[in-house]
Design a protein. Structure first.
Length: 69
């Protein structure tokens, strides 16, 4: 299980909701353009590599934490 934590970016004025939804769309779009997304009718966790996706979010300073319970 993972927790995603993000906050408003005062330097850009972008809200946490805008960051998490916009970054996710951008990341998956870039992955599709590179051919890193499996084709077919698949759930997102099957179509893309979760580790790569989370690494890309972390590059954008989105805090993702794994918890065990």
């Amino acid at each position: 299980m993972f927790d995603l934590i993000d906050y408003h970016d005062d330097s850009t004025g972008i809200t946490a909701m805008e960051r998490t939804t916009g970054f996710s769309l951008s990341i998956t779009g870039q992955m599709q353009a590179r051919g890193d997304v499996r084709s077919g009718v698949l759930t997102p966790d099957i179509a893309i590599d979760p580790a790569t996706y989370m690494d890309e979010l972390r590059k954008r300073k989105v805090d993702i934490r794994e918890r065990t319970a």
